[in-house]
Design a protein around this ligand. Structure first.
Ligand code: ZN
Ligand code: ZN
Length: 756
């Protein structure tokens, strides 16, 4: 029978996972000729041979593909014979670049770990070992398509042995772009002002320093970390002092141990199956785990909290370091007080000089910064609190195409930027706060980089409607037509689009504060509708924010405001000069009105005496949640329409509960959570009665609270509501850029009105 030829186009994450070598080997095994090449984010395959073998080939392409590729068939067609003699991996096609897909970092695979541990192997203890199945991707990428010449490994010419592996179809490093060895690849180096070392002695020096209780800056995949012994209280306190980080919890890096790698983690905390799966995910995120009471860790790691962020080693370097050290290490971003993570050797040397006793550098350039992703298991799924290394850029498909390529730049804190074109959206890794010069610079660089990487030029920008945000000012100056979007509309639209909803939804948007269309600070709103048409249906009784933005850091101010409204005497408030503040507030000075549930949490934490002044965002809510160990009965909060017909929940009865010192702290905290959950249900019930809406969505940072969210879900589901909760994007302001794109695209020519 005469041979015929077929051509396939496959999409998915088919680049950077060894897909072309897989196709090559498959074709060889079936004795087919032809070629495979990367083409604009897809893989194109041409194969020639007898029809039955072509059919086997076509079936195996999808069935036996590397699982990470998530391959899907885009197109298959009969084509004319090219009479090829063999099967080869052809050069990447240039062209329809807007379909490019960015490959993401993956932790070391089992084969590489085994090789690294083998004293006879060429890469024994080599900290940059990788293969087609694992290693760095996005952070080493200078441009697409993903070939060695477009990564930062282009600076490292392959030695003879590596070059042989690269071209050998039988080798698992066949076309592994970041492949390297001690002979030709990057190296680690140690410096501490007194000594310098390279290679394995650098690693040994770092481990010795950590054992002494020193603080060590380690250059990782997406930037620097500061490491210290997590069992050494003095070391942890020293790190807190040097980083100017009095209480914010530190995450830890733990050695891989036991059959599933989690034996060490299990000495520290209870790990559910979902948490175990999340810990072992190939992006190696930080996962929040509930600590055992007698966990052998420094108490200063997470004061006042019961959970701690735990991460398994995400690179061979960290694998070696954690194993050599043999116990938990603090692993916190190598940056100065909340600024973006440092990536460059010289920058880190200077900026971290006062914080670190020693540096473990390496010489593989970092093309793009990426911080550790963070996840928490809430309501039976691992949900991200932060996107980062291995999980971003996050790609989503949306139902409504963009008419022009559009950029959205997020709000103010937990910044991410998003780029949308056709029906694709790309969300950047976590960029941090835009308020500092470095934060703003990172925002600008990421905007450029994302557009460059995907070769898409934005023709429109969407920003938060808050006029004073750094991001707003940047958007208005960038030269593109700008669409402002209300903060909570963006939250609601983000969940709507991520969950692919197609009918009006009642979206509870509970967070800290964001500017609302009525000029007050929203944050406890129930919005009905769909992107482009949100209608506020319910909210909370408003209260003042004495001192304006200072209230975010000083929960006692929100507490005092609740006391004023309810005529409650609160001695702590009086001690802090409440009377003077009240005079100023009543004359309208720096005391905007808010309905933010995030501020109710602040007030509650202050009223129970837990925290009057916070040192990190969400401290009050996190510590209040940590007190909730058992379910408590709610207090029923009055719900009534105001003069404008808006349903408002009165938080008033909570003040007496919270200040009742005869009740144990845990009971008060539990009842506070239960009452808010019940208030949400009551709002949903009256609005369903009125409108028939059956579908509820939860958005906003408040729903990162597991105790609250699971209580809310239980109540809603019991009453027959269907509930949408995001699981790709965080609930917090990291989702704002995505929501802005959706909302902006729905509004298009008809942007929201500016505040009066
Ligand atoms: Zn590998
Ligand atoms: Zn080599």
């Amino acid at each position: 029978m005469s041979p015929s030829a077929q051509r396939w186009r496959l999409g998915g994450r088919v680049q950077g996972v060894g897909f072309r070598p897989f196709v090559y080997r498959l074709a060889q095994s079936l004795q087919l000729s032809g070629w495979v090449r990367n083409d604009s984010g897809a893989v194109e395959i041409h194969a020639e041979g007898p029809v039955e073998r072509l059919e086997m080939f076509g079936a195996a392409l999808l069935e036996r593909a590397p699982s990470a590729a998530d391959a899907r068939l885009l197109e298959v067609s009969r084509v004319p014979i090219e009479s090829a003699h063999d099967f080869r991996i052809a050069a990447s096609a240039q062209g329809r670049s807007q379909q490019l897909v960015v490959p993401l970092e993956r932790c070391p695979c089992a084969d590489c770990l085994a090789e690294m541990a083998d004293p006879l192997a060429r890469r024994h203890r080599y900290p940059f070992i990788n293969c087609t199945q694992c290693g760095p991707r996005y952070t080493i990428l200078r441009s697409l398509p993903y070939d060695r010449s477009s990564t930062t490994l282009a600076d490292f010419p392959l030695c003879v042995d590596c070059a042989r592996e690269y071209v050998d179809p039988a080798d698992r490093r066949f076309h592994a772009q970041p492949l390297a060895c001690a002979e030709c690849g990057p190296t680690v180096s140690w410096e501490d002002g007194k000594t310098c070392a390279r290679g394995d002695s650098a690693l040994a020096a770092a481990a010795r320093a950590l054992r002494r209780g020193d603080i060590v800056a380690v250059r990782g995949i997406g930037g620097y970390h500061l490491l210290c012994d997590a069992t050494n209280e003095a070391a942890v306190l020293r790190l807190r002092l040097r980083k100017n980080r009095p209480a914010k919890p530190f995450a830890i890096l733990v050695p891989t141990r036991g059959v599933d790698g989690l034996d060490y983690v299990r000495q520290l905390g209870g790990v559910s199956q979902l948490e175990a799966d999340a810990l072992r995910d190939e992006s190696r995120p930080i996962v929040l785990v509930t600590l055992l009471a007698d966990a052998p860790l420094a108490p200063a790691l997470a004061p006042g909290l019961r959970e701690i962020g735990v991460m398994l080693p995400y690179s061979p370097l960290h694998e070696l370091l954690a194993a050599d050290f043999g116990a938990a290490l603090v692993a916190t971003s190598g940056n100065v007080s909340g600024e973006p993570v440092l990536t460059e050797v010289n920058e880190a040397r200077q900026a971290l000089a006062a914080a670190a006793d020693g540096f473990l550098h390496h010489d593989r350039p970092i093309a793009r910064a990426a911080e550790d992703p963070l996840v928490r298991v809430v309501a039976a799924a691992a949900r991200p609190l932060r996107l980062g290394r291995g999980t971003a850029p996050l790609e989503l498909t949306v139902s409504r195409p963009f008419d022009v390529p559009t950029l959205a730049i997020g709000a103010h804190s937990k910044g991410t930027v998003a780029l949308g074109w056709d029906r694709r959206v790309i969300v950047s890794p976590h960029l941090g706060d835009y308020g500092t010069p470095r934060g703003r610079a990172l925002l600008e660089a990421t905007v450029d980089q994302l557009q460059g990487l995907y070769r898409v030029r934005a023709e429109r920008v969407v920003h938060d409607a808050h006029p004073r945000f750094t991001s707003t000012r940047w958007a208005l100056q960038c030269g593109l037509p700008a669409i402002p979007v209300w903060h909570h509309h963006a939250h609601a639209s983000a969940v709507f689009a991520e969950c692919a909803l197609d009918e009006p939804v009642l979206s509870f948007t509970w967070d800290g504060v964001g500017l609302g269309p009525d000029g007050s600070l929203w944050g406890g709103e129930a919005l009905l509708g769909a992107p482009g048409s949100w209608r506020r249906m319910a909210s909370f009784r408003p209260f003042r924010q004495p001192g304006g933005e200072r209230a975010a850091r000083e929960p006692w101010r929100s507490a005092l405001a609740l006391c004023w409204e309810t005529g409650t005497h609160w001695s702590e408030g009086a001690r802090r000069g409440g009377a003077l503040l009240r005079q100023a507030s009543e004359s309208g000075l720096h005391a905007p009105r808010t309905t933010a549930v995030g501020r109710l949490f602040d007030a509650a934490a202050a009223l129970v005496g837990l925290v009057a002044v916070t040192s990190y965002e969400a401290e009050a809510a996190m510590r209040l949640e940590a007190l909730c160990t058992t379910a408590q009965a709610p207090i029923m909060l009055p719900l009534a329409r105001d003069d404008d017909g808006l349903w408002r929940t009165d938080w008033g009865p909570l003040v007496a509960l919270l200040t009742d010192e005869h009740r144990p702290l845990g009971v008060r905290a539990g009842q506070f959570h239960a009452s808010l959950a019940r208030a949400l249900l009551d709002q949903a019930l009256v609005i369903r009665e009125e409108t028939g809406v059956e579908r509820v969505a939860l958005s906003g940072g408040v729903f990162q609270n597991r105790f609250l969210t699971e209580s809310v879900l239980e109540l809603l589901v019991a009453r027959g509501f269907r509930v949408a909760l995001p699981r790709l994007l965080p609930q917090n302001d990291a989702a704002i850029s995505f929501g802005q794109l959706i909302e902006g695209n729905a509004l298009r020519g008809a942007p929201c009105a500016t505040p009066t």
